[in-house]
Design a protein around this ligand. Structure first.
Ligand code: ADP
Length: 599
């Protein structure tokens, strides 16, 4: 039932109720009042009529005529009753029929009047058979107490009452009409604003910035105000939540660690870009089960375990290299996964969602491996000369000292190995200083021709011993930006290698040319060169192409490694290839310099 119908029903109800109460109350009081009034009036008229009757000389004979005339004047039926209770005159009864009337002495009003002087009653007349109001008065005459009685038919009262009732009914209809129109107008005013508010509330669902802004101070205006307040606070919460969500999203986006979240069903609910990249996940993983998306059985196992046990766990997993053409990083990856149950208050029982964070430790593990290798290699390198020294000294002490030739040989072995140890230790120290950036490089503009010439000059003696010819073909004035000691060490290591690892009578050339702000330095020999498979690895520490031969030549296996570190520290580049003559061709690029640049 709409507001309009309710209001109309209410108004009609009120109007009808008022009409019924009014009708009952008014008609009743009016009836009573009219009755009292008529009674009093009848009593007065009875008194007046009695006075007229009292003036009659011979009442018994005049009674009939008196009754008729007085009835006309008093506007009521007049009955005259003699002391014996016999009706002597009655305006409503023909004189000849008076004799038929029974004696009236027993009538209530007559009996009352006889005893108390006046009497009254209201009853149906046995004579006229109509409802009548009676007022009687005693008139004391010499022949006894006569009774003058007036009777009045109260039709006028009834008529008045029904007229009043009819008015009330009419008034009720009018009131009904007015009430219905008032209800209609009221309902329109009320429901119009409510319909408006309902519309606004519906619009707010799509657009929280919508406001009702209802004018006024009534309840509907208050409702509108409350609705506006609600929308306002919802909008604020949504803004705050949105901000939180954006921040959360930005954090996930920019994290370098991979993040994976599963829901309580075990399906993926979140994957951040770092993880997609790391695991080579293509397309949208959200909503899919992890087994479909992840390329690792042990990762899947870990997620299930954490979800069921509801306890955090860490595992190191390996991800196989992505297939050619597939997404994901090439090569095997080692990942440390920290998985923890996602403690949502709603999930108190059963499997929990899981949040897993992935750290790519491939590089870390590689470096750890290198370190382990390095220590093993270094110990191995040191062990050989130390063992030789010990063996020789033991032999000497065991008696060889007495044989001057043998003593000399063994002492030479000791000296050679001590020198080797010395070189090794020096190289290792150099390497650790360079790697630890302990020796700061002072970069400045250097003349490459002069530097190369100086480095080669110190090696010419050794070269000559092997019949090797070293040529420096660098245009004077070729300037590089470098540290003089570092550049000297690079040149020495490369030229020394070229002399050392080539057959006797070889030829070594040091060349340089500048282009695009860089200087390309080349050291080429015509020896047996470095096989392509080893070219990338000769820069590793202790790496030798031919372990036995190289070690016998007295090298430490660290020279190229030191050279590479130094070149890179000076923002240069080093590589090796096979030259046109089939020998090794080392290429070093260094930043160029212009004349006058600060040293
Ligand atoms: P080493 O002290 O043994 O020379 P390096 O690090 O300087 O150590 O060199 C590493 C390895 O590279 C050498 O053992 C050698 O096998 C190879 N090598 C370096 N330079 C040359 C070259 N000019 N010709 C052939 N092989 C070379």
């Amino acid at each position: 039932m709409g507001i309009r119908s309710k209001l109309i029903a209410f108004a009609v109800g009120i109007a009808v109720l008022v009409a019924v109460v009014f009708d009952g109350y008014v008609v009743k009081t009016l009836g009573a009042e009219l009755g009292q009034h008529t009674e009093a009036d009848l009593a007065v008229r009875a008194a007046l009529v009695t006075e007229s009757v009292a003036r009659a000389r011979d009442l018994a004979s005049e009674a009939t005529a008196l009754a008729a005339t007085l009835s006309e004047r008093a506007g009521a039926r007049v009955t005259l009753i003699d002391p014996a209770g016999v009706v002597r005159g009655d305006s409503s009864v023909a004189p000849e029929r008076l004799g038929e009337l029974e004696p009236h002495a027993a009538r209530d009003e007559v009996a009352d009047a006889r005893h108390h002087g006046v009497g009254r009653s209201e009853r149906v007349s046995r004579t006229t058979q109509m409802r009548m109001l009676y007022a009687a008065q005693r008139l004391d005459r010499p022949d006894g107490p006569w009774i003058v009685r007036l009777a009045f038919e109260p039709v006028a009262i009834d008529r008045s009452l029904s007229a009043a009732h009819a008015r009330v009914v009419q008034g009720t209809w009018l009131a009904l009409a007015l009430a219905v129109s008032a209800a209609l107008v009221g309902a329109r005013a009320l429901s119009g604003r409510l319909v408006y508010l309902t519309g606004v509330a519906r619009e707010m669902r799509g657009d929280l910035s919508r406001r009702a802004r209802v004018q006024g101070r009534d309840e509907i205006a208050a409702l509108g105000g409350a609705l506006d307040d609600l929308a306002e606070s919802l909008e604020r919460s949504r803004r705050e939540l949105g901000g939180e969500g954006e921040r959360f999203g930005a954090v996930l986006e920019s994290m370098r660690e991979g993040v994976l979240v599963t829901d309580e069903r075990g399906d993926i609910s979140l994957v951040n870009p770092a993880l997609s990249q790391l695991l080579g996940i293509r397309g949208d993983a959200v909503g899919r089960p992890p087994i479909e998306v992840l390329r690792s059985a042990s990762l899947h196992e870990l997620l299930e375990e954490v979800a069921l046990a509801r306890a955090a766990a860490t595992r190191e997993i390996e991800i196989a290299p992505a297939a050619p053409g597939a997404a994901g990083p090439p090569g095997r990856r080692i990942l440390v996964v920290n998985a923890a149950p996602l403690a949502l208050p709603a999930q108190s029982r059963g499997a929990a969602g899981v949040v897993a964070v992935f750290f790519d430790v491939t590089e870390l593990r590689r470096i750890e491996g290198l370190q382990r290798n390095f220590i093993a290699n270094a110990s191995h390198e040191l062990r050989t000369p130390v063992a030789s020294i010990r063996a020789s000294s033991e032999t000497l002490l065991g008696g060889a000292l007495d044989d001057p030739d043998a003593a000399r040989d063994f002492t030479e072995v000791i000296e050679r190995n001590a020198a080797r140890l010395h070189r090794l230790v020096n190289d290792l120290l150099d390497l650790s200083r360079i790697e630890g950036r302990e020796r700061p490089l002072s970069q400045g503009s250097l003349d490459l021709a002069a530097q190369a010439e100086a480095a080669v000059a110190l090696l010419r003696g050794r070269a000559r011993e092997k019949g090797t010819e070293v040529e420096v073909d660098v245009a004077p004035g070729t300037l590089v930006t470098a540290d003089p000691r570092a550049l000297d060490q690079i040149l020495t290591n490369l030229v020394d290698n070229a002399i050392q690892h080539t057959p006797d009578g070889s030829r070594v050339v040091v060349r340089a040319r500048g282009a695009n702000g860089r200087v390309l330095l080349e050291i080429e020999d015509d020896g047996h060169g470095i096989p392509a498979a080893h070219q990338a690895r000769v820069f590793e520490r202790f790496y030798r192409v031919d372990q036995g031969r190289a070690r016998a030549s007295g090298g430490t296996g660290l020279g190229l490694s030191i050279a590479k570190h130094l070149v890179e520290a000076m923002r240069g580049d080093i590589s090796v290839t096979t030259g046109a003559a089939g020998g090794a061709l080392f290429r070093v690029t260094l930043p160029g310099a212009t004349a006058g640049a600060p040293r």
